[in-house]
Design a protein around this ligand. Structure first.
Ligand SMILES: *[C@@H]1O[C@H](CO)[C@@H](O)[C@H](O)[C@H]1NC(C)=O
Ligand SMILES: *[C@@H]1O[C@H](CO)[C@@H](O)[C@H](O)[C@H]1NC(C)=O
Length: 136
């Protein structure tokens, strides 16, 4: 059994608070706990203090690691897998073509992808120009 003297406890508390105030550099950002698609906040590195600061995603959006910019977080609608902004009536399968039933459909109002499922029993295929999908 390990007994903690008051000094050990103080030392442990210091380590604990340092872990919370995680050091960072530059202006990178991460999702709390490194978890995608759950947090309405993200952690933005303050390049002056080298500490992360919590910031809010726009209402209704959650934090994702930005797949196109490693080291940066982004906000997106829940269920979008961090696919970023989109334009027009574009869509893409969530899995390789023909292997899954989910696809990401651009929501033209929010310019964010939303996850949609093919009808039961059908798989998603990317179309010939890779800008749309069909279920088959
Ligand atoms: C901050 O991040 C942007 C990308 O969002 C990057 O282009 C820029 O160079 C960065 N600036 C610094 C000082 O790191
Ligand atoms: C693929 O789907 C998109 C969106 O529906 C459509 O605009 C495009 O013309 C389609 N491409 C082909 C080759 O069918």
């Amino acid at each position: 059994m390990i007994s903690f003297t008051p000094t050990t406890i103080v030392a442990l508390l210091c380590i604990g608070s340092q872990a919370l105030a995680q050091q960072c550099s530059g202006n990178g950002s991460i999702c709390p706990g490194g978890k995608d698609g759950v947090s309405p906040t993200y952690l933005q590195c303050n390049s002056w203090s080298h500490q992360y600061q919590s910031a809010n995603c726009p209402t209704g959006q959650v934090c994702y690691a930005n797949p196109r910019m490693p080291g940066f977080a982004m906000c997106g609608l829940p269920g979008t897998g961090g696919s970023g902004t989109c334009t027009g009536n574009t869509a893409k399968c969530s899995s390789p073509s023909g292997q899954g039933s989910a696809y990401l459909q651009c929501n033209q109002w929010s310019s964010q992808y939303q996850t949609v499922q093919c009808p039961a029993g059908l798989k998603c295929f990317n179309n010939a120009s890779n800008t749309g999908v069909f279920c088959n």
